[in-house]
Design a protein around this ligand. Structure first.
Ligand code: AGP
Length: 604
């Protein structure tokens, strides 16, 4: 969602904050702002839109000497993306940046005096803080106590940084349900809502837990837990080299990430395949055998990976699998199998709904497993066990290579589980392993295909909608193909099980309805062919992704023939990703930062 940075030290702070915000801009890009506390006075800059507008607004301004500074890049939740709604929000002597949602902000607005200048939930924090500080008896810890009292009054989720002219050189911080890290480096103290801005600057980071709060200055960090007891900062090493991704000649990060998928597949398989089986060293010996079922829980693209995984787990490991959308699961009062395994899937490891679902399952006593791309993320730290996705940093808001890694991880889990449980015979197991070794080839981009999709895309920039249809494993892929297209092209697209079209959606069929038919040779080809014929008979325009010539297709995107459905799955996946990319580029959209979206959704 939003990105937060902070800095305490004597280096020029505008550059540090703006560079940090650049790393986090993918988390939100509706507006951005910074506040600099120097010699007891705060200077603030804010601008609507992408970070470049803020860079322009800051211009030549530089800090000199000791400074405590905070910055924010926003994904709007409460109030439009305007300058008045941009963070930091301030009152008379303090400024605050916040990621999350203050659920009781309306009640607080009625309770604290003063005029509110924004429509945000965040502004109440600074009003409340200044009003509680005014009531505090003087004393060394008055500001700290007022900050704590402010936190006590907030309901919801937050990562907060606050500076006040009453305490030069200090940054007050808190975490509840939204990520926040800090690090002590040679040049001062750094804060960020993901460790990316600190990589290469600091060696170690302190990953705050929910309920942690405190104050930092050049003299050190005072950290408290939920019960206001001093907490021991737990540090974890940061990578020595910067992981800041570069586009490396590609037009967009998303394009580069699509092209990286063969390398991601190699990485995720490294050390995990033997001649005949799968090793998952992250899972203790004998651990999986105790579970009688599996629940897979996630959001968005990760949910589509979960759906794919359910097919694989039932087929290969013969384990009953159910799939849950995290935002629905949380409030459904779900009845879980007490001897089942609860798996969450998340690229970022910070998705609020998925994180809460994980906590809910753990509270019911279930063992939990996270399939996650970000080590040390909230989800990784809360799960009993983790399989890291090894997809590398994913900058494009539309997830591509992380989806590949998620599906691969689930496939590995399914084969491994089938083998340790003794339900996967050696021949079938061997075929799965052989297919896994060939995924790299299936996801490697063929210039011929990319070129064809580029040319084809100009025919599909209009119409009243796209239906991606598939059956079996290709149904979740249809959902994912539709999600990719709608996220970056803003065209209406739906994913549907092909067999369901005749139960209603076929009413929409006409020449301006574009059907993207996923027609694998290896699974239910004749069935899906009939479904496509029904659509063609109603004059729908058919774009077939298939190995065969298909006379009813208006356009064919030919993939290679494979004898394993997962290889067809992965090659078709790349086609869907590239088609979405090419359509979006032709429409002139910012593919990496599509409107209204953000990379990690840390609000519910
Ligand atoms: C994918 O293209 C999306 N941007 C989105 O659906 C994403 O997959 C979802 O928000 C879940 O994120 P996570 O994997 O980080 O938990």
């Amino acid at each position: 969602m939003c990105g937060i940075v902070g800095y305490i030290g004597e280096q020029e702070a505008c550059g540090i904050l703006l560079n940090g915000l650049r790393e986090l801009e993918y988390r939100g890009y509706d507006s951005a702002g910074i506040a600099l506390l120097e010699e007891g006075r705060i200077t603030r800059f804010r601008a609507v839109g992408k970070l470049d507008n803020l860079v322009h607004r800051v211009g030549e301004y530089q800090t000199s000497g000791p400074v405590a500074a905070i910055g924010h890049t926003r994904w709007a939740t409460h109030g439009k993306p305007t300058e008045a709604n941009a963070h930091p929000h301030g009152l008379t002597h303090s400024q605050v940046v916040h990621n999350g949602i203050i659920e009781n902000y309306q009640a607080i607005r009625e309770q604290v005096p003063g005029d509110f200048l924004s429509q945000t939930d965040t502004e109440v924090i600074v009003h409340l803080f200044e009003s509680l500080l005014a009531e505090q008896p003087d004393g060394e810890d008055a500001v700290l106590k007022a900050f704590r009292a402010t936190l006590n009054a907030l309901h919801g989720a937050y990562a907060i940084l606050l500076v006040t002219e009453t305490r030069p050189g200090e940054v007050f911080f808190a975490r509840q349900g939204s990520p926040l890290q800090l690090a002590q480096a040679a040049d001062g103290v750094h804060f960020a809502s993901s460790d990316a801005p600190m990589v290469g600057v600091c060696d170690q980071a302190v990953y705050l837990e929910d309920g942690h709060w405190g104050v930092a200055s050049a003299e050190g960090i005072r950290l408290f837990d939920e019960q206001d007891q001093p907490a021991e900062p737990i540090t974890a090493p940061l990578l020595a080299t910067s992981t800041a991704a570069q586009k490396e000649g590609f037009r967009y990060f998303m394009e580069k990430e699509i092209y990286e998928q063969d390398a991601v597949v190699s990485d995720i398989l490294t050390g995990r395949l033997t001649e005949t089986g799968v090793r998952l060293d992250e899972l203790p010996d004998g651990w999986l055998e105790q579970f009688t079922s599996i629940t897979l829980c996630a959001c968005g693209t990760s949910y589509h990976a979960a759906l794919t995984g359910a097919y694989l787990l039932e087929r290969l490991a013969k384990v009953p699998a159910r799939v849950e959308i995290a935002s629905e699961f949380r409030y459904r009062e779900p009845v879980l199998d007490p001897t089942g395994l609860f798996v969450v899937i998340s690229q970022s490891g910070e998705t609020a709904d998925t994180f809460e679902a994980l906590k809910l399952a753990a509270a019911q006593g279930l063992d939990t497993l996270a399939l996650c791309n970000v080590d040390n993320s909230s989800i990784v730290r809360a799960a009993s066990h983790t399989v890291l996705l090894r997809a590398g940093i994913e900058k494009g808001v539309a997830s591509t290579k992380a989806f590949t890694a998620q599906v691969m991880a689930l496939w590995l889990l399914a084969v491994h589980w089938g083998q340790v449980k003794g339900v996967l015979d050696a021949d079938t197991g061997g075929r799965e392993i052989e297919a896994m070794r060939r995924v790299r080839e299936a996801v490697a981009i063929q210039p011929r295909v990319h070129d064809r999709l580029h040319r084809l895309s100009k025919r599909y920039l209009h119409g009243h909608g796209f239906f991606f249809i598939g059956r079996d494993l290709f149904y979740p892929l249809a959902l994912e193909g539709a999600l990719k297209l709608k996220e970056i092209s803003y065209l209406h697209a739906e994913g549907y099980p092909a067999g369901e079209m005749k139960h209603g959606p076929i009413a929409l069929a006409d020449a301006e309805l574009f059907t993207i038919a996923l027609m694998p040779r290896s699974r239910l080809y004749d069935k899906i062919k009939s479904n496509v014929e029904e659509l063609s008979a109603r004059d729908s325009t058919i774009i077939a992704i298939t190995t065969e010539y298909f006379e009813l297709a208006d356009d064919i995107i030919q993939i290679r023939a494979y004898d394993h459905p997962m290889l067809e799955f992965f090659e078709m996946m790349v086609v869907c990703q590239l088609l979405a990319l090419e359509i979006a580029i032709r429409l002139g959209n910012d593919v990496d930062m599509p409107r209204n979206l953000a990379k990690s959704v840390t609000v519910e």
